[in-house]
Design a protein around this ligand. Structure first.
Ligand code: ZN
Ligand code: ZN
Length: 175
């Protein structure tokens, strides 16, 4: 996207720009649902080693705080009865287990939210080569300007480059 500003010409990457917007929205949503849980219609039984089971039971409080209600289920398995409300119904088991392991590793909730929000934002954002109407592009520019950190995507890539009027003049040999 090319855009003109008071201080020069902006070249904006539509994917990273959209990603930044979606990330900040998602991050706020995760924060607002902190500490809540939703029951799984079909609780998830997980087979594991006895070591892992004792780790899960030891850290049951941390897991609960992160939204996972887990109980012992025989000597080498546990059952996940409740999950955080931000995980959509039908979320793959793999992702649920990944998040549980991150909690067991002692990852802070804030970091988990960052990671999850960045992943969701990437999937939800327009792609680099997608054709996007002018209306949507102006909406993206408007929302990007309201972001807390508009200049980078959640993975650290720039969302935009600026060329100052002086640089433009120089490029066109205008003095
Ligand atoms: Zn991405
Ligand atoms: Zn990114």
């Amino acid at each position: 996207i090319l855009a003109e500003g008071d201080d020069g010409l902006y070249i904006i990457d539509q994917h990273t720009a959209h990603e930044r917007i979606n990330y900040e929205k998602m991050r706020r949503r995760l924060e607002s649902l902190r500490g809540q849980r939703q029951a799984l219609l079909h609780p998830l039984t997980v087979d594991c080693l006895p070591d892992e089971l004792s780790q899960v039971l030891e850290q049951a409080d941390e897991l609960l705080e992160s939204g996972f209600l887990i109980e012992e289920f025989g000597p080498t398995s546990y059952i996940v009865r409740e999950i955080p409300p931000y995980l959509e119904p039908g979320t793959e088991q793999e992702l649920i287990l990944h998040l549980i392991h991150r909690v067991l590793e002692g990852e802070e909730q804030a970091r988990l939210y960052d990671e999850y929000a960045a992943m969701k934002a990437c999937k939800a954002s327009i792609k680099r080569n997608d054709y996007v109407s002018g209306e949507i592009l102006s909406e993206i520019l408007k929302e990007l300007s309201q972001c807390e950190n508009p200049s980078r995507c959640p993975h650290g890539r720039p969302t935009m480059l600026r060329i100052s009027p002086e640089e433009l003049d120089k490029m066109f040999y205008r003095t």
